[in-house]
Design a protein around this ligand. Structure first.
Ligand code: COA
Length: 139
């Protein structure tokens, strides 16, 4: 099931991402984002265990998707698709934008499958020298 992230979830989310992204905690001070009305943070839970989540900021009717993550044991089961679709179904939102490294083929496939298209490219944008693709979905 998909639901909003609450304060009690934060420690589980940090644990989930820990081995994958050691900058996550520093960049996403989740405590500060919860209850901010312009942030939308949702998680996907199976039997109360959080196995995926999405973070983004709502600016007017535009959702800037900052992070989507699924536990490696639960990937390729449609969970990221469901999380993004929960944003697509939100009546307040008419466009979703995101940036992704052009090395991240899994994520690019995911976004393309959902109907996103590439609207811009930022050369050597990431620390590892990879380019950033700016993608959008008009709803
Ligand atoms: C990218 C990520 C969020 C996908 O989550 P997921 O729940 O496995 O995605 P879904 O099951 O909804 O997959 C939907 C589509 O994405 C693409 N995709 C997902 N995993 C893929 C893989 N390992 N290889 C190629 N394409 C892949 C496919 O097109 C897939 O459709 P299909 O199952 O019909 O082939 C997940 O791999 C992840 O958390 N990665 C690490 C974090 C990350 O890179 N996030 C994105 C940038 S912030």
């Amino acid at each position: 099931m998909i639901r909003d992230i609450i304060k009690e979830d934060i420690k589980y989310i940090y644990k989930l991402v820990d081995s994958f992204d050691n900058n996550f905690k520093q960049i996403y001070n989740l405590e500060g984002y919860i209850n901010k009305k312009d942030y939308i943070l949702k998680c996907y839970a199976i039997n109360k265990q959080i196995v995926g989540f999405i973070i983004g900021i709502l600016i007017d009717k535009e959702y800037d998707l900052e992070y989507v993550f699924v536990d490696s044991l639960f990937r390729k089961k449609g969970i990221a698709t469901k999380l993004i679709n929960s944003i697509v179904e939100d009546k307040k939102i008419s466009r979703i934008v995101l940036e992704v490294s052009d090395n991240n083929k899994k994520a690019i496939n995911l976004y393309k499958k959902l109907g996103f298209s590439v609207i811009n490219k930022r050369e050597k944008y990431y620390k590892d020298g990879s380019n950033a693709l700016l993608m959008e979905l008009i709803i």
